[in-house]
Design a protein around this ligand. Structure first.
Ligand SMILES: Cc1cc2nc3c(=O)[nH]c(=O)nc-3n(C[C@H](O)[C@H](O)[C@H](O)COP(=O)(O)OP(=O)(O)OC[C@H]3O[C@@H](n4cnc5c(N)ncnc54)[C@H](O)[C@@H]3O)c2cc1C
Length: 371
């Protein structure tokens, strides 16, 4: 076996997008993934490519998110051309539905903050209820209104994972499953990764192990204090298309099923579901779209977000172990395109992307939780 130059640890959406991007940049890459025992946000998420409201308190994150959304059509086209897999990207804009006037006021405050911070090209519209119902005919009569951002969209996240996995392997990435990396050690000009009797070596290492990054990164002096945050999702039976835009709580997939979500709970490593939260999600969804009252829920699950102390990504090269990087974020669907096309060339040794310093691992004392 030839030694790859870059070893990516973690086969979730972050690790796969980076491995794909590194391979596109001409690197020889291997990807090590722990397997089905792991917590895997990439298999349980909501599928939004979401710009609206991201980066309040950290304009660099708003720019990073917009960059990724703008690169998404290229990612989807490249994946389709290479693998034949259509990840069902749609970017018609998205609605943040607001249940009462206070929610709408708060959303408008956040978006105005972003517009001030980013310049007047930050695009959004504020809609009262009649305006919203003209744009989204099924929207419920008790909503206060909504904010609309034309940059928002959604994809099928499981197809995305499959497409990235297929594309990266077609581009030469070696994928090792059941590869539980436990130790990182310096050897000569590179690093040895080992665990459970197996080992791999590479010149560069990218830690993209989701919640597993915390322990791995500490071995090379990186401060990646990610915590789990559970989200629960309900999925209905397939119904006739009625919702042609993603919203933050409800989206209809290309197949017709409707996903209800956006709960946030700090419950440690429990990725189960609970009746109270599921009931709240269902009730809110019915307020948003009353016709959902008659739709059957056919599946539910919980999954764990990978959350840094301030909610923003961390991209950092180790000072103790040059060539070892950590990458983590809680919006790995949205950021997949930026990871593939902008972050990967840096990990391979190219110039650092603009704003990368904002995502360092030493910043947490200064910022608030916004994400
Ligand atoms: C309920 C929910 C809804 C979400 N909705 C959205 C959304 O709408 N839009 C959006 O952009 N994002 C969303 N996200 C976030 C998104 O799913 C994650 O950002 C994305 O999955 C990236 O996660 P990851 O690759 O960092 O981690 P994971 O998907 O958790 O993957 C980590 C991988 O690392 C591997 N691993 C861990 N430890 C080791 C080790 N020691 N050795 C080897 N491998 C290891 C695991 O096997 C796993 O495959 C949502 C998340 C949740 C939970």
């Amino acid at each position: 076996m030839t030694t790859p130059r870059v070893c990516v640890v973690g086969g979730g959406l972050v690790g796969m997008a980076l491995a794909y991007g590194l391979a596109c940049a001409g690197e020889s890459v291997c990807l090590l993934d722990q397997g089905d025992v792991a917590w895997r946000a990439a298999r349980g998420n909501f599928g939004l490519v979401w710009v609206q409201g991201k980066g309040v308190g950290l304009p660099a994150y708003a720019r990073w998110t917009r960059t990724s959304a703008a690169l998404w059509p290229r990612l989807a086209q490249n994946l389709l051309a290479q693998t034949g897999i259509d990840v069902q990207l749609r970017q018609p804009g998205g609605f943040q539905l607001c249940l009462d006037a206070a929610e709408l006021d708060e959303e408008v405050r956040r978006l105005n903050w972003l517009r001030d911070a980013l310049g007047s090209d930050y695009r959004f519209e504020v809609l009262d209820l009649p305006q919203l119902q003209r744009r989204l005919p099924g929207a419920g009569p008790t909503l206060a209104g909504a904010c609309y951002c034309p940059d928002d969209g959604h994809v099928n996240p499981l197809l995305l994972l499959r497409a990235l996995s297929t594309a990266m392997q077609q581009r030469g990435v070696s994928l090792y499953t059941n590869a539980n990396v436990q130790r990182i050690e310096r050897v000569g000009e590179g690093y040895r990764l080992s665990g459970e009797g197996r080992e791999w070596t590479a010149e560069r290492v990218v830690l993209a192990a989701g919640l597993g990054n915390r322990e791995l990164a500490a071995q090379v002096g990186l401060n990646i204090e990610v915590q789990p945050n559970r989200g629960q999702i309900l999925v209905t039976e397939r119904i006739a298309p009625f919702l042609h835009y993603p919203t933050s709580y409800v989206r209809q997939t290309a197949e017709g099923s409707v996903q209800l979500g956006d709960s946030h709970e700090a419950v440690g490593l429990d990725d189960g579901v609970s009746r109270g939260v599921m009931s709240d999600l269902a009730q809110r969804a019915v307020r948003c779209f009353p016709q959902l009252a008659s739709a059957q829920v056919v599946r539910t699950w919980g999954a764990l977000r990978v959350l840094s102390p301030d909610g923003y990504p961390i991209y950092q090269e180790s000072r103790e172990a040059p060539g070892v990087f950590a990458a983590t974020c809680h919006s790995g669907v949205t950021l997949a395109a930026a990871h593939a096309f902008v972050l990967s060339p840096w990990l391979a040794g190219g110039a650092a992307p603009d704003d990368i310093a904002a995502f360092n691992d030493q910043r947490f004392k200064e910022s608030s939780h916004e994400g």
